[in-house]
Design a protein around this ligand. Structure first.
Ligand code: ADP
Ligand code: MG
Length: 446
């Protein structure tokens, strides 16, 4: 779970942009983030007078900006100091009522995870750990390429354990959020709270550990957290894009610990598994689609389930849009004709993508690569990053560099977001298709 400090730190620049300087300085600048309780962000006002005004006049804009900056759906609640002292309640061991359950997404479960040769071992290890936390394998370390189901399995373990042991304290955290929590704890001098949050867990699920590499304070904090939990016989599950020994930067002692339990890899799924994944989605979505059409899609995307899903979502969206009852192979071919084959990839460059995307949205390339957050420029930026990822072989860090030196986790996040929206928003899907068309047509003209 992201801490209140991190959420608020992200919201401040947006508030500053949206408010007049006077009202920002008078009313917002000195608000203190206190905690997150479920879906509510708790903020502390300086005194009763501020409290009344904030509640009455600024609640809406603060809520909007918090959610815009964090891409979230929090409700904001203002309190004053006395209440704040009562509000910071940190879960402790021994209180065996409902445990804390942070950050786990309910949609990713073992039920919806399709197994095949490529992921059978990782899946079996995950189920074993979920059945017997801290006694089967500790830690469980799962690694593999992007879009192969690591995050899905991690959430699935969280959901399963929560169901079996509602009293367990469970937390899912990306290593980026863990890093942000550590930075905020140093900045706001709340290291004690940070420790309480992470060291009282029964199950800690850490996604994409490769991103904490190289940050000393974070590595140290993670090392200590790991030792505290492992020593207390609490389960830790970690995912990564690499095996422990190949992790860059990471301190040797941390790497060694990652190999204490069991290491399981996930490989790209075989074609039968890819078809089975699509079939299970279609059944859940109640979509009428021929086997031929599923096989055709599965043949186009072999190395990444996320891209396969994104393609499926796009096909379903277009079918819905054109009021089609059933989907056959011809329709899929029609929808996918704008996809650039991997052979065409080397012809499109990030520079070209930036130019064409900026033109398409009628903004400048400078705006596109800036840090500005208004939708007018941030949506095109996310789309351009996504296109760099799908139409070229550029890595996340290199895309970040091409967009004004953004961190690669920002790029990953943008790409994931667009991949999701393509299946949900027709304007995003159309923009991606139109820009792809322009890019490929430009190339054929030349
Ligand atoms: P990773 O974390 O390895 O990059 P994710 O767990 O985010 O990948 O998976 C990407 C998408 O593909 C998710 O929507 C996930 O549900 C889906 N997915 C991946 N593997 C499977 C699988 N074996 N069965 C069902 N869905 C899968
Ligand atoms: Mg992931």
């Amino acid at each position: 779970m992201v801490s209140a400090q991190v959420i608020w730190a992200k919201a401040l620049p947006v508030l500053q942009e949206e408010m007049t300087p006077t009202s920002y300085t008078t009313w917002v600048k000195d608000i203190m983030p206190i905690s997150v309780e479920g879906n509510t962000l708790i903020l502390m006002a300086q005194n009763e007078m501020y409290l009344t005004t904030l509640r009455q006049f600024y609640s809406a804009i603060v809520t909007d900006c918090v959610n815009k900056a964090n891409n979230s759906n929090y409700t904001v609640s203002f309190i004053v100091k006395e209440e704040a002292e009562a509000a910071v309640s940190v879960p402790t061991h021994g209180e065996r009522g409902a445990g804390v359950f942070f950050g786990v997404q309910s949609k990713y479960t073992f039920d919806t995870f399709v197994t095949g040769e490529s992921n059978r071992f990782a899946h079996a290890a995950a189920v074993a750990v979920a059945d017997n936390p801290a006694s089967a394998y500790n830690p469980l370390y799962i690694y593999g390429g992007s879009g192969l189901g690591k995050t899905h399995i991690l959430h699935a373990i969280g959901n399963y354990v929560h169901e079996m042991h509602p009293e367990f304290n469970i937390c899912f955290v990306s290593s980026e959020d863990f890093t942000n929590d550590v930075i905020a704890a140093i900045k706001y001098d709340t290291r004690e709270e940070l420790r309480k949050k992470y060291r009282n867990l029964d199950l800690l699920l850490v996604d994409d550990i490769q991103f904490i590499g190289g940050k000393e304070a974070t590595e140290m904090e993670f090392f200590n957290t790991f030792n505290a939990l492992h020593g207390a016989n609490k389960q830790i599950v970690i995912t990564s894009d690499q095996r422990p020994n190949d992790l860059p930067f990471l301190q040797e002692r941390l790497r060694t610990r990652f190999s204490w339990g069991i290491t399981a890899d996930i490989k790209p799924p075989e074609v039968e598994t890819r078809v089975a994944i699509l079939k299970s989605k279609a059944e859940r979505d109640n979509v009428d689609i021929s086997n031929d059409a599923l096989l055709f899609m599965a043949e186009q995307f072999s190395a990444n389930v996320r891209e396969l899903e994104s393609c499926y979502n796009r096909v379903v969206l277009y079918a819905d849009f054109s009021k089609r009852g059933s989907i056959d192979r011809g329709f899929v071919e029609l929808v996918l004709k704008d996809y650039v084959s991997s052979e065409g990839k080397h012809m499109v460059t990030p520079e070209l993508i930036k130019q064409v995307t900026a033109d398409y949205f009628d903004i400048t390339v400078e705006e596109l690569v800036s840090t500005r957050r208004e939708k007018r420029v941030s949506t095109p930026r996310h789309i351009a990053m996504y296109l760099c990822r799908t139409l070229t072989d550029t890595s996340y860090p290199d895309i970040g560099r091409a967009f004004g030196g953004k961190h690669y986790s920002t790029v990953m996040y943008a790409c994931d977001q667009v991949a999701g929206e393509i299946g949900q928003k027709i304007d995003i899907a159309t923009a991606v298709d139109d820009i792809t068309n322009r890019l490929t047509n430009d190339l054929t003209i030349k």
